[in-house]
Design a protein around this ligand. Structure first.
Ligand SMILES: Nc1ncnc2c1ncn2[C@@H]1O[C@H](COP(=O)(O)OP(=O)(O)OP(=O)(O)O)[C@@H](O)[C@H]1O
Length: 250
Protein backbone atom coordinates (compact mmCIF):
# COMPACT_ATOMS: atom_id res chain seq x y z
CA UNK A 1 0.00 0.00 0.00
CA UNK A 2 1.32 3.40 -0.88
CA UNK A 3 0.89 6.37 1.43
CA UNK A 4 -1.13 9.43 0.50
CA UNK A 5 1.99 11.25 -0.64
CA UNK A 6 2.50 8.72 -3.43
CA UNK A 7 -1.13 8.30 -4.42
CA UNK A 8 -1.72 8.49 -8.17
CA UNK A 9 -4.42 10.96 -9.15
CA UNK A 10 -4.15 10.87 -12.93
CA UNK A 11 -2.80 7.95 -14.92
CA UNK A 12 -2.38 7.95 -18.69
CA UNK A 13 -0.98 4.88 -20.38
CA UNK A 14 -0.33 4.36 -24.08
CA UNK A 15 -2.72 7.11 -25.11
CA UNK A 16 -2.84 7.81 -28.85
CA UNK A 17 -4.95 10.24 -30.85
CA UNK A 18 -4.83 10.63 -34.63
CA UNK A 19 -6.23 13.43 -36.74
CA UNK A 20 -6.39 12.35 -40.39
CA UNK A 21 -3.56 9.90 -39.87
CA UNK A 22 -1.40 12.43 -37.97
CA UNK A 23 -0.60 11.27 -34.45
CA UNK A 24 -1.17 14.22 -32.12
CA UNK A 25 -0.60 11.84 -29.17
CA UNK A 26 1.58 8.80 -29.68
CA UNK A 27 1.54 6.22 -26.89
CA UNK A 28 1.60 8.96 -24.25
CA UNK A 29 2.11 7.81 -20.68
CA UNK A 30 1.98 10.19 -17.77
CA UNK A 31 1.37 9.91 -14.04
CA UNK A 32 0.36 12.82 -11.81
CA UNK A 33 0.36 12.25 -8.05
CA UNK A 34 -2.27 13.61 -5.70
CA UNK A 35 -1.04 16.99 -4.48
CA UNK A 36 1.55 17.31 -7.23
CA UNK A 37 2.09 20.28 -9.52
CA UNK A 38 3.57 19.39 -12.90
CA UNK A 39 4.74 21.66 -15.69
CA UNK A 40 4.33 20.46 -19.28
CA UNK A 41 6.46 22.07 -21.96
CA UNK A 42 7.26 21.28 -25.57
CA UNK A 43 7.32 22.80 -29.05
CA UNK A 44 4.20 23.87 -30.94
CA UNK A 45 2.22 20.84 -32.04
CA UNK A 46 3.82 18.57 -29.40
CA UNK A 47 0.38 17.49 -28.19
CA UNK A 48 0.03 19.56 -25.01
CA UNK A 49 -3.46 20.82 -25.79
CA UNK A 50 -4.55 17.42 -27.09
CA UNK A 51 -3.32 15.87 -23.82
CA UNK A 52 -5.64 18.19 -21.88
CA UNK A 53 -8.44 17.49 -24.37
CA UNK A 54 -8.29 13.73 -23.76
CA UNK A 55 -8.22 14.17 -19.98
CA UNK A 56 -11.25 16.48 -19.99
CA UNK A 57 -13.19 14.35 -22.46
CA UNK A 58 -13.19 16.89 -25.27
CA UNK A 59 -11.32 14.43 -27.47
CA UNK A 60 -11.61 10.67 -27.24
CA UNK A 61 -8.36 8.71 -27.50
CA UNK A 62 -8.08 6.06 -30.21
CA UNK A 63 -6.17 3.77 -27.86
CA UNK A 64 -4.84 3.80 -24.32
CA UNK A 65 -6.17 4.10 -20.80
CA UNK A 66 -6.81 7.14 -18.62
CA UNK A 67 -7.64 6.64 -14.96
CA UNK A 68 -8.53 9.34 -12.47
CA UNK A 69 -8.71 9.17 -8.69
CA UNK A 70 -8.30 5.42 -8.41
CA UNK A 71 -10.16 3.41 -10.99
CA UNK A 72 -12.43 5.89 -12.75
CA UNK A 73 -11.93 5.31 -16.47
CA UNK A 74 -12.14 8.76 -18.05
CA UNK A 75 -12.28 7.38 -21.59
CA UNK A 76 -15.80 6.14 -20.84
CA UNK A 77 -17.13 9.50 -19.63
CA UNK A 78 -18.34 12.69 -21.31
CA UNK A 79 -17.02 16.20 -20.61
CA UNK A 80 -19.70 17.14 -18.08
CA UNK A 81 -19.24 13.99 -16.01
CA UNK A 82 -15.47 14.46 -16.01
CA UNK A 83 -15.82 18.06 -14.81
CA UNK A 84 -18.15 16.85 -12.07
CA UNK A 85 -15.55 14.33 -10.89
CA UNK A 86 -13.32 17.28 -10.03
CA UNK A 87 -11.23 18.13 -13.07
CA UNK A 88 -11.18 21.87 -13.75
CA UNK A 89 -9.68 23.44 -16.84
CA UNK A 90 -8.41 26.96 -17.31
CA UNK A 91 -8.17 27.95 -20.95
CA UNK A 92 -5.68 30.54 -22.12
CA UNK A 93 -8.19 33.32 -22.61
CA UNK A 94 -9.92 34.48 -19.43
CA UNK A 95 -13.70 34.10 -19.54
CA UNK A 96 -15.09 36.03 -16.59
CA UNK A 97 -18.41 37.85 -16.43
CA UNK A 98 -17.15 41.28 -17.48
CA UNK A 99 -20.02 43.34 -16.09
CA UNK A 100 -20.12 41.69 -12.70
CA UNK A 101 -17.85 42.54 -9.79
CA UNK A 102 -15.02 40.31 -8.66
CA UNK A 103 -17.14 39.24 -5.69
CA UNK A 104 -20.18 38.43 -7.83
CA UNK A 105 -18.09 36.41 -10.26
CA UNK A 106 -16.92 34.21 -7.38
CA UNK A 107 -20.43 33.98 -6.02
CA UNK A 108 -21.76 32.91 -9.40
CA UNK A 109 -19.06 30.24 -9.59
CA UNK A 110 -20.06 28.91 -6.15
CA UNK A 111 -23.71 28.93 -7.15
CA UNK A 112 -22.85 27.08 -10.34
CA UNK A 113 -21.35 24.37 -8.24
CA UNK A 114 -24.61 23.90 -6.40
CA UNK A 115 -26.37 23.95 -9.72
CA UNK A 116 -29.16 26.24 -8.60
CA UNK A 117 -30.16 29.60 -9.94
CA UNK A 118 -32.21 30.37 -6.84
CA UNK A 119 -28.94 31.16 -5.11
CA UNK A 120 -28.41 34.18 -7.34
CA UNK A 121 -31.47 35.94 -6.05
CA UNK A 122 -31.01 35.60 -2.34
CA UNK A 123 -28.30 36.86 -0.01
CA UNK A 124 -25.44 34.46 0.36
CA UNK A 125 -25.11 32.53 3.61
CA UNK A 126 -22.22 33.08 5.99
CA UNK A 127 -20.30 29.97 4.96
CA UNK A 128 -20.55 31.12 1.36
CA UNK A 129 -19.21 34.55 2.30
CA UNK A 130 -16.34 32.94 4.16
CA UNK A 131 -15.46 30.81 1.17
CA UNK A 132 -15.53 33.86 -1.12
CA UNK A 133 -13.27 35.72 1.33
CA UNK A 134 -10.93 32.76 1.35
CA UNK A 135 -10.85 32.62 -2.45
CA UNK A 136 -10.22 36.38 -2.63
CA UNK A 137 -7.23 35.85 -0.36
CA UNK A 138 -5.81 33.06 -2.50
CA UNK A 139 -6.18 35.01 -5.76
CA UNK A 140 -5.06 38.28 -4.15
CA UNK A 141 -8.04 40.31 -5.24
CA UNK A 142 -9.46 41.15 -1.81
CA UNK A 143 -9.05 44.86 -2.30
CA UNK A 144 -10.63 44.75 -5.75
CA UNK A 145 -13.71 42.77 -4.68
CA UNK A 146 -16.12 45.51 -5.77
CA UNK A 147 -14.47 46.25 -9.08
CA UNK A 148 -16.19 45.25 -12.30
CA UNK A 149 -14.24 42.40 -13.89
CA UNK A 150 -14.01 44.42 -17.11
CA UNK A 151 -11.72 46.90 -15.34
CA UNK A 152 -9.22 44.30 -14.10
CA UNK A 153 -5.84 43.89 -15.76
CA UNK A 154 -5.30 40.83 -17.94
CA UNK A 155 -3.38 39.13 -15.14
CA UNK A 156 -6.06 39.91 -12.55
CA UNK A 157 -8.73 38.45 -14.85
CA UNK A 158 -6.69 35.25 -15.09
CA UNK A 159 -6.50 35.09 -11.29
CA UNK A 160 -10.21 35.70 -10.98
CA UNK A 161 -10.93 32.86 -13.34
CA UNK A 162 -8.61 30.61 -11.37
CA UNK A 163 -10.61 31.59 -8.26
CA UNK A 164 -13.84 30.69 -10.07
CA UNK A 165 -12.42 27.28 -10.91
CA UNK A 166 -11.34 26.78 -7.30
CA UNK A 167 -14.89 27.58 -6.19
CA UNK A 168 -15.86 24.33 -7.86
CA UNK A 169 -13.47 22.41 -5.57
CA UNK A 170 -11.59 20.49 -8.25
CA UNK A 171 -9.11 17.77 -7.31
CA UNK A 172 -7.12 18.45 -10.45
CA UNK A 173 -6.65 21.76 -12.20
CA UNK A 174 -5.40 21.91 -15.79
CA UNK A 175 -4.03 25.33 -16.63
CA UNK A 176 -3.13 26.40 -20.17
CA UNK A 177 -0.37 29.02 -20.51
CA UNK A 178 -1.37 31.15 -17.52
CA UNK A 179 1.55 33.53 -17.92
CA UNK A 180 0.89 34.38 -21.57
CA UNK A 181 0.44 38.13 -22.00
CA UNK A 182 1.30 38.91 -18.38
CA UNK A 183 3.77 41.47 -17.11
CA UNK A 184 6.87 40.16 -15.32
CA UNK A 185 5.38 41.07 -11.94
CA UNK A 186 2.11 39.32 -12.79
CA UNK A 187 4.01 36.27 -14.02
CA UNK A 188 5.87 36.05 -10.74
CA UNK A 189 2.67 36.49 -8.72
CA UNK A 190 1.00 33.77 -10.80
CA UNK A 191 3.79 31.32 -10.00
CA UNK A 192 3.29 32.06 -6.28
CA UNK A 193 -0.47 31.69 -6.62
CA UNK A 194 -0.23 28.31 -8.34
CA UNK A 195 2.26 27.11 -5.75
CA UNK A 196 -0.23 28.00 -3.04
CA UNK A 197 -3.06 26.21 -4.84
CA UNK A 198 -0.87 23.14 -5.31
CA UNK A 199 -0.67 22.75 -1.54
CA UNK A 200 -4.21 21.39 -1.72
CA UNK A 201 -4.82 20.34 -5.31
CA UNK A 202 -2.99 18.66 -8.12
CA UNK A 203 -2.13 21.14 -10.85
CA UNK A 204 -0.95 20.54 -14.40
CA UNK A 205 0.41 23.67 -16.06
CA UNK A 206 1.16 23.90 -19.78
CA UNK A 207 3.55 26.76 -20.39
CA UNK A 208 6.13 28.12 -22.83
CA UNK A 209 7.63 30.76 -20.57
CA UNK A 210 10.74 29.09 -19.14
CA UNK A 211 11.30 31.78 -16.51
CA UNK A 212 7.83 31.02 -15.21
CA UNK A 213 8.40 27.25 -15.30
CA UNK A 214 11.62 27.71 -13.38
CA UNK A 215 9.80 29.83 -10.79
CA UNK A 216 7.29 27.01 -10.24
CA UNK A 217 10.15 24.77 -9.14
CA UNK A 218 8.34 21.52 -9.97
CA UNK A 219 8.93 18.41 -12.05
CA UNK A 220 8.81 19.16 -15.78
CA UNK A 221 7.57 16.89 -18.56
CA UNK A 222 8.73 17.69 -22.09
CA UNK A 223 6.36 16.52 -24.81
CA UNK A 224 7.48 16.05 -28.39
CA UNK A 225 5.51 14.49 -31.25
CA UNK A 226 2.82 13.28 -28.89
CA UNK A 227 4.92 11.49 -26.30
CA UNK A 228 7.25 12.18 -23.40
CA UNK A 229 10.72 13.20 -24.57
CA UNK A 230 12.22 14.00 -21.19
CA UNK A 231 11.15 14.40 -17.59
CA UNK A 232 12.73 15.73 -14.41
CA UNK A 233 13.80 18.97 -12.81
CA UNK A 234 14.02 22.08 -14.97
CA UNK A 235 17.81 21.83 -14.84
CA UNK A 236 17.72 18.18 -15.87
CA UNK A 237 15.47 18.73 -18.89
CA UNK A 238 17.22 21.98 -19.89
CA UNK A 239 20.50 20.07 -20.18
CA UNK A 240 18.99 17.11 -22.05
CA UNK A 241 20.48 17.26 -25.58
CA UNK A 242 17.23 15.95 -27.12
CA UNK A 243 15.27 18.76 -25.46
CA UNK A 244 17.80 21.35 -26.60
CA UNK A 245 17.57 20.02 -30.14
CA UNK A 246 13.78 20.04 -30.52
CA UNK A 247 12.75 22.85 -28.23
CA UNK A 248 15.15 25.01 -26.33
CA UNK A 249 17.84 25.31 -28.96
CA UNK A 250 15.63 26.97 -31.54
N1 LIG B 1 -9.04 18.80 -33.97
C1 LIG B 1 -7.92 18.65 -34.67
N2 LIG B 1 -7.95 18.29 -35.96
C2 LIG B 1 -6.83 18.11 -36.66
N3 LIG B 1 -5.59 18.28 -36.17
C3 LIG B 1 -5.49 18.65 -34.88
C4 LIG B 1 -6.63 18.86 -34.06
N4 LIG B 1 -6.21 19.22 -32.83
C5 LIG B 1 -4.86 19.23 -32.88
N5 LIG B 1 -4.42 18.89 -34.11
C6 LIG B 1 -3.02 18.77 -34.50
O1 LIG B 1 -2.37 17.94 -33.57
C7 LIG B 1 -1.07 18.42 -33.27
C8 LIG B 1 -0.91 18.62 -31.80
O2 LIG B 1 -1.60 19.79 -31.43
P1 LIG B 1 -1.67 20.38 -29.96
O3 LIG B 1 -2.56 21.57 -30.06
O4 LIG B 1 -2.04 19.33 -29.00
O5 LIG B 1 -0.18 20.85 -29.70
P2 LIG B 1 0.37 21.82 -28.58
O6 LIG B 1 1.54 21.13 -27.99
O7 LIG B 1 -0.72 22.20 -27.67
O8 LIG B 1 0.86 23.08 -29.40
P3 LIG B 1 0.88 24.63 -29.00
O9 LIG B 1 2.09 24.84 -28.15
O10 LIG B 1 1.02 25.29 -30.34
O11 LIG B 1 -0.41 24.95 -28.34
C9 LIG B 1 -0.88 19.70 -34.09
O12 LIG B 1 -0.13 19.39 -35.25
C10 LIG B 1 -2.29 20.09 -34.44
O13 LIG B 1 -2.32 20.76 -35.68
Amino acid sequence: MSGPETETLLYLDGVSVSFDGFKALNELSLIIQAGEMRAIIGPNGAGKTTMMDVVTGKTRPDTGTIYFDGNVDLTKLDEASIAELGIGRKFQKPTVFQHHTVWDNLELALAGRRGTFAALFRREGSSERERIEELLGIIRLGELRDMEAANLSHGQKQWLEIGMLLAQEPKLLLVDEPAAGMTDAETEATADLLKEIAKEKSVVVVEHDMTFVRALGVKVTVLHEGSVLSEGTIDHVSEDPRVIEVYLGR
